[in-house]
Design a protein around this ligand. Structure first.
Ligand SMILES: [Zn+2]
Length: 341
């Protein structure tokens, strides 16, 4: 019986060394120290032994039990340490790595230039007047002195809707009529920014929608020289104090007389370069004195009141300002472009 206990001890200790996981240890414990294990069976059956055998077997059996329990506890601790070490190595975090950068949003260059333009006009007493994008033929054309079959309608490819007489505005000018009818007979100083829609096939670099910003001043004794002074001041503020402004005769149905507004080229200082097509001047707006018919349609008596209006493309101003070569970049949603502003 003593040999049996010795062999149990040897076998158990050897088996313990090859138990490398918590599960394996639990199995080992059941097999060698569990209630039905050979060792516990021997200890449980001590009463069946003779008086001579009992003390020696009992003593040896308890020694083996204690030895196995101690070896088991050591092994549990060793495996716990090994597993801890393994998880530390396998799931290692390099805390010296730089953090993931937060991508920060920013204002679209459109919004930036618009806010700058708003601020300049605000300082000159102009407030922003919002007008709808979907317009009637009447407001977009008729009331602006562009009747049916007027050749000016051929200048634009208009988007018509399925509702007769309802279109997408081709310019921000219908807002002039809305503003005049709202404020008449008070004096008006407003700017009207917004999207306009028309298909431009003349130039491949243009699309179907673009931003426009219109301005309108109506009151008594407003003259062409006021328009020139106002545009000159705007050009100095947006492009720099050295910029000069000039008018060129032009034609628009809703202004009389009509002019194109040019600013001296910042790139060459007016001597001529590729940017200004060697003219020394860059066109930035169309303008003129509000046509008497348009004033009348807005509710103002053209014999008493006069006014000027202008229209410019904020995108063009942004392009000149920042040296952007293609207007389509504004709508390309390319972060490489947008992140530069
Ligand atoms: Zn130039």
């Amino acid at each position: 019986m003593l040999e049996r206990l010795n062999s149990i001890e040897q076998e158990a200790l050897a088996a313990l060394q090859s138990a490398n996981s918590k599960d394996a240890l639990e199995n080992w414990h059941t097999m060698y120290l569990g209630k039905k294990s050979p060792l516990m069976t021997i200890l449980g059956d001590l009463g069946k032994l003779s008086h001579e055998e009992r003390p020696a077997i009992g003593k040896r059996g308890n020694e083996v039990k204690k030895a196995l329990e101690a070896a088991y506890a050591d092994r549990v601790e060793a495996i716990r340490k090994a597993e801890l070490q393994h998880s530390l190595t396998a799931g290692a975090l390099d805390v010296t790595l730089p953090g993931r950068p937060q991508s920060r949003g920013r204002l679209h260059p459109h919004t930036q230039i618009l806010r700058e333009i708003y601020a300049i006009w605000a300082e000159m007493g102009f407030q922003v007047y919002r007008s709808r994008d979907v317009e009637t033929d009447e407001y977009n054309f008729e009331l602006l002195n562009i009747p049916q079959h007027h050749p000016a309608r051929d200048m634009w490819d208009t988007f018509y809707t399925t509702t007769p007489g309802v279109i997408l505005r081709t310019h921000t000018s219908p807002g002039q009529i809305h503003a005049m009818r709202e404020y008449c007979p008070q004096p008006i100083r407003v700017i009207l920014p917004g999207m306009c829609y028309r298909y431009e096939q003349i130039s491949a670099s243009k699309g179907i929608q673009f931003l426009q910003m219109e301005g309108l001043a109506v009151g008594k004794n407003i003259r062409l020289s006021d328009l020139l002074g106002t545009m000159s001041e705007f050009n100095r503020r947006i492009f720099g104090p050295d910029r000069k402004t000039r008018f060129r005769a032009s034609y628009f149905p809703f202004t009389e007389p009509s002019v194109e507004v040019d600013v001296s080229c910042a790139n060459c200082g007016g001597t001529g370069c590729g940017v200004c097509k060697h003219t020394g001047w860059l066109e930035i707006a169309g303008a003129g004195m509000v046509h008497p018919t348009v004033l009348k349609n807005g509710g103002y008596d053209p014999a008493v009141y006069s006014g000027f209006a202008f229209g410019m493309g904020p995108e063009r101003i942004a392009m000149l300002r920042w040296g952007i070569s293609d207007i389509r970049y504004f709508w390309g949603n390319d972060l490489r472009f947008l992140e530069q502003f």
